[in-house]
Ligand binder design. Structure first.
Ligand SMILES: NC(=O)c1ccc[n+]([C@@H]2O[C@H](COP(=O)([O-])OP(=O)(O)OC[C@H]3O[C@@H](n4cnc5c(N)ncnc54)[C@H](O)[C@@H]3O)[C@@H](O)[C@H]2O)c1
Ligand SMILES: [Zn+2]
Ligand SMILES: [Zn+2]
Length: 393
C-alpha cells in the first residue's frame, strides 16, 4: 500500500510498504477513506518528538471502511463506516473504566521507555513514536486498528466524511480543553493558538456558556476563522498580549486561559522565546514554553489554565511563583477521545456544529509531503488538510 513515512526531521515521503494484517483477535483492518494532518504531526515533522524511526507511518486522525475483523470484534461489521480515536485504549483497565482513555495502561508495548521519561506511560497512540507504542498511523491506504471493539464508532450515512473525521481528535480535543477550562456562565476565556484545536476550543467554550472568547494568533486567515466562530481576537505580532487582555478584562485577567499552541510557540523576538529557541536547537531544553509562561502571567487570580497544546519533554523558566501565588488550577492531557466521540457525534447529527468548517485543503495522499511543509509554514492559507488515499492528485 501507499503510506506517508517519516524519514527524519523535515523529511516525510509517500512510500510503498506492506499492507497491515490482523495480529490480534481484537484487531480490525480499515480502508482509509479520509485522514488528516494534525498540529501534533508537526512536532514529529520538526523533530521534537523523541523515539521516531525511519519508515514509521504517521497519521492519527483516521476514518474508513471496515474490511477485515478479528474474531473478538463482534460490535462491527465488514463495510461499516467508522471514525477511529487517536488514543488506543483497552476499555477494561483501571483508567479506561474511569473514562481516562488516554491513560490506558495496557496499550503501550513500549511502556518502559515512557516510564523512564515521564514516570508513567500514557496509552499507545497511532503514528506517534516508539515511546508511545510504535503503532503505524493511518496516513495510508489501510490501517490496523487494535482494540477495535472499543475505539471506532459507526457513522450514519447522513454525516459526511469531512463532518465526522475530526471526532478522531481535534473536535474532542478542543471540547475537552474547554471542559478543562472550568467555564462558568459569562466567563471570559482567552485561547492562545487559532489552529484547528484552537478553532474547536473557541466553539466549544461558547457552547459551554463563555461570555467572551478572546483568541490569540498572528495568522490573518486563522484569526478570521476565529472571528467567524464568535471570538474576539488579538494579533500577538502587533499587540502586547498581556496589556491587551488586561484592558479587555478591567485588569482582572481572563477567568480561564487555554494554551492551544504547545511546544513550538513563536515568540517574535521576546527574550524568553529567543532563549527557548536556542536551548531547543542545542538540546538543552525540548520545549518552547513562551505561551505557557504568558498564559500563567495573564490568567486572573484563582483562574484556570487548560493545556491541550502538546509538550514533549523539559520546559525552562516556567513562572512557578506566579502559578502558586495566583492560585491557578492547571488541567491538561492527551484527550480521552473515546469519552467524547458519541456525545459529540450526537451534536453533529443534531446540527449544533458542522466540523467541516475547518477544512481548507482537501487533497490526495500523494500530496501529503508538500502539504506538511505548507501547513507548518502557514502558506497558501492552509488551516486543515484532509487526505483521501486512493484518489488522484
Ligand atoms: N492534547 C491532545 O490530545 C492534542 C490533540 C491534538 C493536538 N494537540 C496539540 O494542540 C496544539 C495545536 O494543534 P493544531 O493542530 O491547532 O496546531 P497548529 O500548529 O495548526 O496551530 C498552532 C497555532 O498556534 C499559533 N501560535 C504560535 N505561537 C503563538 C503565540 N506565541 N501566541 C499565540 N498563538 C501562537 C500558530 O500561529 C498556529 O496557528 C499542538 O501542540 C498539538 O500538538 C493536542
Ligand atoms: Zn492530532
Ligand atoms: Zn485501558
Amino acid at each position: 500500500m501507499r503510506a506517508l513515512c517519516w524519514h527524519g526531521k523535515g523529511d516525510v515521503r509517500v512510500d510503498t510498504v506492506p499492507d497491515p494484517k490482523i495480529q490480534h483477535p481484537r484487531d480490525a483492518i480499515i480502508k482509509i477513506t479520509a485522514c488528516a494532518i494534525c498540529g501534533s504531526d508537526l512536532h514529529l515533522f520538526d523533530g521534537y518528538q523523541p523515539t521516531m524511526e525511519r519508515g514509521d507511518i504517521l497519521g492519527h486522525e483516521n476514518m474508513g471502511e471496515v474490511i477485515e475483523l478479528g474474531p473478538e470484534v463482534t460490535n462491527l461489521r465488514i463495510g461499516d463506516r467508522v471514525v477511529v480515536p487517536f488514543t488506543i485504549s483497552c476499555g477494561q483497565c483501571w483508567f479506561c473504566t474511569k473514562g481516562l482513555f488516554s491513560a490506558c495502561e495496557r496499550t503501550n508495548p513500549n511502556a518502559a521507555m515512557a516510564i523512564k521519561a515521564m514516570g508513567h506511560s500514557p496509552a499507545g497512540l497511532f503514528g506517534f513514536s516508539r515511546m508511545l507504542g510504535g503503532y503505524s498511523g493511518g496516513q495510508a491506504e489501510y490501517l490496523r486498528v487494535p482494540m477495535a471493539d472499543v475505539g471506532p464508532i459507526k457513522i450514519p450515512d447522513s454525516v459526511t466524511d469531512e463532518q465526522a473525521l475530526f471526532l478522531s481528535d481535534i473536535f474532542p480535543t478542543g471540547y475537552m480543553a474547554a471542559e478543562n477550562a472550568q467555564i462558568e456562565d459569562g466567563d471570559t476565556v482567552a485561547i492562545w493558538g487559532c489552529g484547528p484545536v484552537g478553532q474547536f476550543a473557541i466553539r466549544s467554550a461558547l457552547m459551554m456558556g463563555a461570555g467572551h472568547v478572546i483568541a490569540i494568533d498572528e495568522v490573518p486567515e486563522r484569526l478570521a476563522m476565529a472571528e467567524a466562530g464568535g471570538a474576539e481576537t488579538i494579533n500577538f505580532a502587533k499587540a502586547d498580549v498581556y496589556e491587551e487582555l488586561m484592558t479587555r478584562t478591567e485588569r482582572r485577567g481572563p477567568d480561564s486561559c487555554i494554551d492551544a499552541v504547545g511546544c513550538e510557540a513563536a515568540g517574535h523576538g521576546a527574550a524568553d522565546a529567543v532563549l527557548d529557541k536556542v536551548k531547543a536547537a542545542t538540546f538543552l531544553a525540548t520545549d518552547r514554553v513562551h505561551v505557557l509562561r504568558q498564559a500563567i502571567m495573564c490568567c486572573r487570580m484563582g483562574g484556570t489554565l487548560s493545556i491541550p497544546g502538546v509538550y514533549v519533554g523539559m520546559g525552562d523558566k516556567i513562572p512557578l511563583g506566579a502559578l502558586m501565588n495566583k492560585g491557578l488550577t492547571v488541567k491538561t492531557g492527551q484527550t480521552h477521545v473515546q469519552a467524547y466521540t458519541r456525545p459529540l457525534l450526537a451534536k453533529i447529527v443534531a446540527g449544533q456544529i458542522d466540523p467541516s468548517f475547518v477544512v481548507t485543503h482537501p487533497a490526495s495522499l500523494e500530496d501529503a509531503p508538500e502539504l506538511y511543509q505548507k501547513f507548518r509554514d502557514k502558506e497558501d492559507g492552509v488551516i486543515k488538510v484532509v487526505l483521501r488515499p486512493g484518489t488522484a492528485t
